[in-house]
Design a protein around this ligand. Structure first.
Ligand code: ZN
Ligand code: ZN
Ligand code: ZN
Length: 492
């Protein structure tokens, strides 16, 4: 299966040509993205907004071999029916073309062509064949659409999206199996969570490539779209279900200026094991054998822990109060199938919890995915010494504060903690507080806290694979100085 990205941008493209925001300025300088569309084997095209044929021409990609056009929904960035008229003026005019899409999308094409070409293109003898795509019940036994003939049959399953309205009807996503067995999931456009039938249908599909929209970046709330966090949580869900496995290429598409500038976006996606190649990128995917368990799903095969154990990796994130350090730590693990969140912040006695404290804890909890386990403890060493899913420790400062009353005990336990951190077999991200850059604390306790935490931070940092400081919501890499690739060390 050969996959060509003919577009990776949002409806308005990135940059939006009318916009002077910082994100558009970066894109204008570095990388222009048009409306999202993907070409498979030069034979099958998914989505065809008005930008797409011109982008193909500029990239030197010919569309004359196209036999199957799949439309996800009738929003105008996914369907420019005029392209079919331009095709009718070309040498490809008489060649057969399947047009697959939800009924509203097919109606848009037929009405446009009838208006401008004077005859309904669905009439007998037309080279165009209109095939309604309606999402099935999600069972792997559902008959896929069979497009093509002989050795060149594509199996296409339309899946329900969380996207669409009364005028365009429900949008669909596409699960495509190429003639060589290559498997692709096209998840664009959709909000999260995906409908249960779709999650059932993608279970154990072990895709070669998953294209997921990520329109909204760090500014959620626009339309029925994914943002960086919901994208990450969806990737985690796909991992839990064996839809995304070792070797699956996870690509973010439908990118807009609601995203951070491209270099920061690339960093954020890499943390999730995803990428955002630009328009014109080509993925040549090695043919793979058809899945033997398509008929008999084996849902436990890909569950967390069943896969090869990833190597340990220690990340320490420091920062001032409200700098965004906790959010940065959480982000790094959002696409993991399972995470143990270790809160060192529990008040020693629940009776001490005041309303403000409880509200903060509740807000923290609400932000974390439902699949995360929360442990409230100061006993970090046993967790670091035992195998299991990644740990997020938040945070080291509160751990020191809780043990401050007994300096001898604190020193002993801090030594143990550093040793356990150094030798842990797990992936672990720990949040700590940056201390000591302001005035000298006025109390003896304050000075002892500053000194103890400052020393512990330095020792943990020395034993870490990565150290970051978050300043005004912006992560700054302290160690290593060269670009790390946290996901690259992960073998699962
Ligand atoms: Zn769209
Ligand atoms: Zn902009
Ligand atoms: Zn849409």
């Amino acid at each position: 299966m050969r996959v060509t990205l003919l577009g990776t941008g949002s409806a308005d493209g990135w940059p939006n040509p009318w916009c002077d925001c910082a994100s558009c300025a970066w894109a204008r300088e570095h990388e222009v993205r048009g409306q999202t569309a993907v070409l498979v084997d030069d034979t099958l095209l998914i989505d065809c907004g008005p930008d797409v044929p011109r982008t193909a021409a500029r990239l030197g990609v010919r569309l004359s071999g196209l036999r199957h056009l799949l439309i996800s929904h009738a929003h105008p960035d996914h369907l420019g029916p005029e392209s079919l008229m331009w095709r009718s003026w070309s040498s490809a005019a008489g060649r057969p073309l399947d047009i697959v899409g939800p009924p509203a999308a097919l109606a848009v094409c037929r009405e446009f062509l009838t208006r401008w070409e004077g005859a309904d293109p669905a009439r007998d003898g037309s080279a165009l064949r209109f095939v309604p795509a309606t999402a099935g019940g999600g069972s792997p036994q559902d008959d896929p659409l069979r497009l093509g003939v002989g050795d060149a049959v594509y199996l296409v399953r339309p899946l329900a999206a969380r996207h669409g309205d009364a005028s365009i009807g429900p949008a669909v996503l596409y699960d495509v199996t190429a003639p060589d067995g290559g498997r692709l999931l096209y998840g664009c456009d959709t909000a999260a969570p995906l409908p249960a039938t779709t999650l059932a249908a993608v279970t154990d599909r072990a895709y070669d490539v998953v294209l997921l929209e990520e329109n909204n970046g760090d500014r959620p709330g626009f339309g029925e779209h994914l943002d960086l966090d919901s994208f990450a949580e969806l990737v985690a869900e796909l991992r839990r279900r064996g839809a995304v496995v070792d070797g699956t290429r996870v690509l973010a598409v439908h990118l807009s200026h609601r995203n951070p500038p491209g270099d920061e976006l690339a960093r954020r996606l890499a943390l999730l094991g995803a990428q955002a190649p630009g328009d014109g990128a080509v993925l040549d995917l090695t043919p793979r054998a058809p899945l033997p368990h398509l008929q008999t799903p084996a849902p436990t095969a890909h569950l967390a822990g069943a896969a090869a154990t990833p190597p340990p990796h220690r990340v320490l994130i420091t920062g001032g109060a409200r700098s965004g350090k906790s959010a940065e730590a959480e982000r790094r693990l959002l696409a993991e199938p399972a995470v143990v969140y270790v809160a060192t912040s529990a008040p020693p006695d629940p009776a001490d919890a005041d309303a403000e404290w409880s509200a903060r804890i509740a807000a923290h909890r609400a932000r974390r995915p439902a699949a995360w386990t929360t442990v409230e403890t100061l006993d970090l060493v046993p967790l670091l010494r035992s195998p299991g899913p990644p740990l997020l420790v938040d945070g080291v400062g509160l751990w020191v504060a809780a043990l401050l009353d007994d300096p001898t005990e604190l020193a002993r336990r801090a030594g143990e903690l550093v040793e356990a951190w150094r030798h842990t077999a797990r992936r672990v991200v720990a949040v700590t507080d940056e201390v000591g850059s302001g005035v000298v604390p006025s109390t003896a306790d304050g000075r002892r806290f500053r000194d103890a935490l400052g020393r512990l931070n330095a020792e943990l940092a020395a034993a870490s694979d990565e150290v970051w400081q978050v300043v005004a919501g912006t992560p700054v890499r302290l160690r290593p100085r060269t670009k790390p690739s946290p996901r690259a060390v992960r073998t699962t």
